[in-house]
Write a protein that binds this ligand. Structure first.
Ligand code: SAH
Ligand code: SF4
Length: 355
């Protein structure tokens, strides 16, 4: 069965008679976060029955939550076929209250969402890859992650948040549903999340990056580069044999970037693999001519991996080298580190039953 979260407002209007009901339903699901048609007070019973019979509304169940000391919360959701996926609410900035009780600044949230159960790409450092690929998420299953998290945290309807497609799965390998979910997210009468606040992270399917560029959706691009030579990159990301570094750089150069924005290059740093200054130099050369920023990520070890977390001193040297050359470079704060923030880790714990 399709779900009510699968559609843009225009699509829902075509399905519901009279069409103004679509906006009312949109209001209930995206602004009031109701998860039962019975709670939709202004919807006539006949239409409620039609909705119940044709569009699932209860599609994700929270089965586990882990809260980190920095305020981030990791969710494990169960889908209707019992598979599980993860999403993380990241608290980027805490609420600041003045002495007189007024709010100086409200919280800033980013939500990291999944697009697939498992993943086909098979990166050797990634836990999600270990379970293989199961299936794509539907548009509704992608969209509902945000609705559930807003509801669970009482985040008000008009509070904007950032979305990053950095959870489990490769978004560009579920291209159609991913693009459609962006359209649903940005609906004015729905969640109304600006496309500038949406970032897709890809392991580098060059042909799909080009396609996305041609669509000119207005979202931000993040590339999981992780290595500066094809030998190491193919070890880390086997798909690099088909889509090598040059093909990715060429695709990025064609990608339309908002004048105030940059393409983010994620660089997972692994001890004694890619944490040396020679790599930093090569990275600088590769990114020449691109409006780029670099995000260094500490490899997060898990039982059974032979890769190791790099030393902070090497991370800082790497960062200093790049910033010294004028390239914007940040080190990903280990947000939610104590809740195993790297994708796939909560699910893994659940499956092993050791949590
Ligand atoms: N498939 C997409 C998006 C999801 S992966 C991609 O690869 O870009 C999300 C992020 O988690 C990627 O940046 C990946 O590098 C990172 N990641 C995966 N395993 C990790 C680990 N063990 N430690 C730290 N980051 C990890
Ligand atoms: Fe898939 Fe991304 Fe994990 Fe690679 S890092 S296996 S592309 S989820």
């Amino acid at each position: 069965m399709d779900s009510i979260y699968d559609y843009t407002l225009e699509e829902l209007k075509l399905k519901l008679k009279p069409s103004f009901r679509a906006k009312q339903v949109y209001n209930w699901i995206y602004k009031k976060y109701v998860s039962s048609y019975d709670d939709m007070k202004n919807i006539p019973n006949e239409l409620k029955d039609n909705l119940k019979n044709n569009y699932a509304i209860d599609i994700l169940k929270i089965v586990k939550k882990e809260k980190s000391s920095d305020g981030s919360i990791k969710y494990l959701f169960e889908l209707n076929d019992n598979h599980t996926i993860e999403a993380v609410l990241l608290l980027m900035k805490k609420k600041k209250i003045n002495d007189d009780g007024t709010i100086e600044r409200s919280e800033k949230y980013t939500v990291c969402i999944s697009t697939q159960v498992g993943c086909k790409i098979g990166c050797t450092f990634c836990l999600t890859a270990k379970g293989g690929f199961v299936r794509n998420l539907s548009v509704g299953e992608i969209v509902n992650q945000i609705v559930q998290i807003k509801k669970d945290n009482d985040i008000s309807e008009n509070k904007s948040l950032n979305i990053v497609y950095m959870g489990m799965g490769e978004p560009l390998d579920n291209y159609k549903n991913f693009v459609h979910s962006v359209k649903v997210f940005s609906e004015k009468d729905g969640l109304y999340i600006s496309k500038r606040r949406i970032t897709v992270s890809t392991s580098g399917i060059s042909s799909k990056i080009e396609k996305l560029g041609e669509e000119d959706l207005g979202i931000q691009l993040a590339i999981s580069l992780h290595a500066v030579d094809d030998g190491l990159r193919s070890e880390l990301i086997p798909m690099n044999k088909a889509y090598n570094i040059k093909s990715i750089i060429d695709a990025v150069k064609k990608f339309p970037v908002d004048t105030r924005k940059k393409v983010m290059f994620e660089y997972l740093v692994i001890k004694n693999k890619n944490d040396d200054i020679a790599s930093a130099k090569k990275l600088l050369q590769l990114l020449d001519g691109i409006k780029a920023k670099v995000n260094l990520i500490y490899f997060n070890p898990y039982p059974g991996t032979s890769y190791q977390r790099p030393q902070s001193s090497d991370m800082i040297k790497f960062q200093d080298y790049l910033t010294g050359k004028g390239l914007l470079c940040t080190i990903r704060e280990s947000k939610g580190l104590d809740i195993s923030a790297a994708c796939g880790q909560l699910k893994e714990k659940e499956t092993n039953g050791d949590s």
